[in-house]
Write a protein that binds this ligand. Sequence first.
Ligand code: 4AZ
Length: 270
Amino acid sequence: MHAPLFICLATALLLVSAWAHPAQQQDRSSPNGRIVGGYATHVAVHPHQISLRRKAINSPQNAFTHICGGSVICGGKYVVTAAHCIIASVPSQYKVVAGTSRRNGSDGVIVSVSEIIMHEKYNPGTYDHDIAVLVLSSPFPVNNFTIKAIELASEDVEAGSISTITGWGTTSSGGTASDQLLAVDVPIVSNEVCNEDYAGLITDSMLCAGVRGVGGKDACQGDSGGPLIVDNKLHGVVSWGYGCAHPEYPGVYARVSYLREWLDSKVTCS
Ligand code: 4AZ
């Protein structure tokens, strides 16, 4: 094969194999840490955080296991999560657990899902419009202590603002998951700057956060669907990234302000 073509193909293969499109990627260059680079927290500090648990349709004897995070909205009637978390599944495969700080516990309040509402424009190839709403079979008993709805952002957040991301995901790319809820504080990166890192893959429905040039703090596998908050408003839904906590690649989130009209059209909060 032509040498330049070979190098090109080999690079493309390497990139594809390290790409953080959910659940299966390995990025050997990622540093070790927690959520990545975060700290232990509690659901009473983030009472909108839920654990989405699924069981395989072909092995009903298996337990429900944590697959993604999510956020309680609309007075406890719905959960917002990532579309890539629930693609090709049915409501009966899920339980949603609120009011717990544990990934594997049976504490908290457990409800079923009656309907999955995927964004009609979700693109599994590009992660554009990576958002979905779960209609709960009964609303969560909001106690404003360990279970509470989060307000949806309607305005874009400023680049440089410090956001907080929470979840039970892995503490390094391809690493082990945390049983305790973890949080990490990471600055918002503008789409323009983020697109320099991601060669134009960042669309209007996405939002970036990361410590550019430094890395070490990020969401990771299993945090997907979970919240990115600024000033107690939901601004992002954990979506994708190149590995985790990489200095050159911020984490990518679904942009709630951009998707707000769609959300409003799907939920009735009162
Ligand atoms: C994932 O696979 C995932 N570093 C979530 C977030 C990020 C990467 C991967 C961002 O669920």
